[in-house]
Design a protein around this ligand. Sequence first.
Ligand code: FAD
Length: 400
Amino acid sequence: MQKRALVVGLGIAGMSATIGLRRAGWTPVIVERAPERRTGGYFVGLFPEGRQAAIDLGIAEHLHTRNPKRADGGGNAWSVNRRGRRRPALGFLDQPGEPAAVLRGDIEAALWQSTTDVEVRFGTTPVEITEGADGARVLLEDAGTAKRYREDFDLVVGADGMRSSVRRIVFGPHEDHLTTWNAMICAFQLKEQVPTYEASDSIIVARAKRAVWVFGLADHAPTALLTYRTKDFREQFSGSRDERLRAVYSGMDDDPVVRHVLDSLDEAPDHVFDSVHQVRMPRWSRGRVVLVGDAAWCMNLYSGMGATSSLRGGAALGVALREHPDDLAAALDAWETGLRPYITKHQRTARLKQQMFVPSSRRAAVLRSVLIGLARRIRGRRTATETGGQQVSALSGASR
Ligand SMILES: Cc1cc2nc3c(=O)[nH]c(=O)nc-3n(C[C@H](O)[C@H](O)[C@H](O)COP(=O)(O)OP(=O)(O)OC[C@H]3O[C@@H](n4cnc5c(N)ncnc54)[C@H](O)[C@@H]3O)c2cc1C
C-alpha cells in the first residue's frame, strides 16, 4: 500500500514537497487554510540552487521569468540620494548568481501545474496532531462547515509558513522559534511605474533605518517594498497601517519615488505587511512530523533565499524518502544533514544583507553607498574586460 502524507500549506515549500513525495512513491494530500489558491505576490529573485531545484522537480519549463533586458533601454537600477538625484546603482538582480526575476506567484503557478492531480482541501487546517505506533493522527477542521474530523497519515509535512501551526502544535510556541529583528516590511504590486522612469527600471531609496525599493520587471508592473527598522515590532500592528507607514516615511515623502509608492498602496490588489523574523530550530522533524520552508528555517526576505531554499528543501525531502523507502527516521536524518549547512550559511549572512536593504544608521548608509559604488566600478571593469575578451576572440576567430 502507498504511504500517505499530509502536507499542510499550498505555498512553494508545500508544493515542492508534494512533488518530491509523489516521486518517492507516496500519496500526498494537501490542506490549505485559504479558501482558494493565491496568485500574484511580490518580486522574488531565484538563485542558481532554486533554479536547479526547479529543474529537479520538473517544473522549470513552466516557470515564467521576468528579467528586464538592458538592451531595450530599461532594466537599469537607480539609487536616489537625499537631493533627489538619481545615480546608476547595483540592483537586486546584479548580485552574483544572476538571480531570475519572478513573482512569488510565478513559482507557485509552475509548481501547481505538476500538482493538479493531488487532493487539495481548501479552508482546512490541522488542530491537533498525535503520534501513535504506526501513524500520525491529525484532527482537521474545515472552516466552511466548522466540521472536525480525524485522519491517519504516515507523515505530516508542515509547510505552513513562518507562523506555522504544525510547528506550534508539535514543537511549541512561536516565541521559542522566532528570532526578533525589530524590522518591518510592506510589499505589494504597483499599478504603474514611478513617473519619469522606464517601465522595467529598479529604484532604491535607502536612508538610515528606512528604505523604499522598486523592483522593475520585463512584462509586468514593478513591485514595491517598504522596509524599516523599529524599536518594537509589536507596536507596528496597532492602529491604521497607512497612517503608520506615512508617519515612518515622513520627511522622505517629498521624494517622488517614495510618494508614488506610498500613494499606490491603497490601489494594490493585495499586500504583505509584517514583521521580520528568522525561524531557528535545533531539529526540523520529530517522529512522523517534518517542517519545511519558512515553517522550519525562515531566513527572511533580506537573505533573498527563502523561495530558493523552499524549492530545494522540498525536492531534497523527496530524494531522501526515495533513497530510504523503509526507514522514515533515516530519510529525515539524511535530509536534514544534507540541507542544514546551506540553511545555516544563509541565515547567518542575512544580517549583513539587511544593511544593504535598510542600513541601521547614517554611518552604515554612507558605508553601504561607498561599497555599492566600489562594487559597481569593479563590475563595470569586469564587464569591459569580458566584452574586450569576447571581441578579441571573435576577431581571432575571424582571422583564422
Ligand atoms: C517581501 C518579500 C520578498 C522576498 N523576496 C525573496 C527573494 O527575493 N528570494 C527568495 O528566495 N525568497 C524571497 N522571499 C521569501 C519567500 O517568499 C518565502 O521564503 C517563501 O515563499 C516561503 O514559502 P513557504 O511555502 O515556506 O511559506 P508560505 O509562502 O508562507 O506558504 C505557507 C502556506 O501555508 C498556508 N497556511 C498557513 N497556515 C496554515 C494552516 N494552519 N493550515 C493550512 N495552511 C496554512 C498559507 O496560507 C500558505 O499558502 C521574500 C519574502 C517576502 C515577504
